[in-house]
Every structure is written in C-alpha cells, then in structure tokens.
Design a protein. Structure first.
Length: 240
C-alpha cells in the first residue's frame, strides 16, 4: 500500500467478500457467463475505509487534470424530424474524464504518478474481471477514469462497436465507483426484455459494477452538494 492509500495491487482494495471473488468462491463468480445476465452491482466487495482513502487521493490529485465531456442533445434531433415519433437520440453525456490513450497526457501522467494506473493495470484487477465474467479475458485491457459532478450523466446508449473487429462480439466492463459524502443519489437504469425496467443505485461510497456489453443503459444526473462527486475507475476487457 502506498502512503497515499492507493494499493499497488487491486486485491489490496478488496473486502473479505471481494477476496472471495478472486478465490472463486463468491456467488457472483461466473455470473456474466450467462447471456441473460448483463449487469452486476455489489456494495460489499471493496473495503470501505481503503476505498475512502483512494477517493480522497483522487479528489486531491486528479481534479485539475480531468478533461470535460460535453455531448449535448443536438437540436436537429427534434427540428429536423419529418415524421411523428421518428426521433433518434444519439448518446449524450456530461462528466469529466482521463483517457489513457497517450502517456503524455497530463491526466495519465498524474494517474501514473500517484500509482492509480499501476493498480488498474495490476494482475488482480484482470483476475477479478475474469472471475465475474466466467471466461478468459485478454491482457492489455483499456482504462478510463471518470468523475460525475452535480448534474452530470450519461444518456441512453448500448456500447456496441460493430466496426471494431475485436469488440463487436461483446466485452466486459468493470467499474469501481467511489462517491464523496455529498452525493445524494445517482442511478444506473438498464433494459430487460426490451424495456428500461431495471434500476440500481450507484451512489454508495464504494460500489463494484460489471457489464456484459452491449446492452441498453443510462446513468441519471448526479444529485448532491456543489462539490459532490462520483469517481469511476473503469477497465474494458475483451474476450480471448
């Protein structure tokens, strides 16, 4: 464990229940191997005290290097319509992020300096995703950091990438969600049997969510105090 609270290995961030996932003895192990199970959420897999230390480090060290995401709903989605009920909604969203596309980016440099990138690239992070997926996942997974502030959200989208040969058959996303005390609520809404009928809170201090993509889902606007925020540490894993 580094002095700033960010562990070298993801395993050191886990609670006793989370370690059972790595050991293969938790009920969630292999749950995403079932094509009918597209989404998992659990609030007891991370050690809350350790997760709080990580979140405080993110707040102190990464706020100034986050890039804004601003994708509003385009006006022509309404005014260029020619037929009633023929609307099409592209993905809209608002948040701040670090993309790990280049190690020269300020956000990536900061994430590496504080040890966050190393933890998210650790073998236990990959092993944890494999345990939930119930199948072998490729090495060299993608990383992203997000921070949702008040009013930030992600509109309906399905994360399908038919033009990407490696991802078009589906993949796994693993999210570590760390909320500040000022967050009142934020929800993940997803589809089942063709309807947005499922809803899960992502506003607890430390939540693990895992996705078998693609499927339709969205994240509601975060509600909380002006400085409230939800950090999301995201790994994207392709099937081997």
């Amino acid at each position: 464990m580094r002095s700033n609270g960010i562990p070298v290995e993801f395993e050191d961030l886990l609670s006793r229940a989370g370690r059972r996932v790595l050991a293969g003895t938790h009920p969630l192990c292999g749950a995403l191997a079932n094509p009918r199970t597209r989404f998992l959420a659990a609030e007891d897999l991370l050690d809350r005290a350790r997760a709080a230390r990580v979140r405080r480090t993110l707040e102190a060290e990464l706020q100034d290097v986050l890039e804004p995401i601003e994708r509003p709903i385009p006006p022509d989605s309404i005014f260029d319509m020619k037929q009633d009920y023929a609307e099409l909604l592209p993905k809209s969203s608002r948040a701040r992020t670090i993309y790990f596309e280049s190690r020269r980016e300020p956000g990536v440099k900061a994430a590496e300096r504080i040890g966050l990138a190393r933890m998210m690239r650790s073998e236990s992070f990959h092993a944890f995703a494999e345990a939930l997926a119930g199948r072998t996942l490729k090495s060299g997974w993608g990383l992203q950091v997000l921070r949702y502030g008040p009013g930030d959200y992600a509109g309906p989208h399905n994360d399908h990438h038919p033009e990407n040969e490696k991802a078009k058959g589906g993949y796994i996303d693993l999210h570590l969600s760390l909320c500040t005390p000022g967050v009142e609520h934020q929800w993940l809404v997803y589809s089942r049997a063709g309807h947005f009928s499922e809803i899960v809170s992502v506003a607890s201090p430390s939540t693990v969510t895992a996705y078998r993509l693609p499927f339709w889902h969205y994240t509601t606007p975060l509600v909380g105090t002006p400085k409230a925020g939800r950090w999301v540490l995201l790994g994207t894993f392709l099937y081997r």
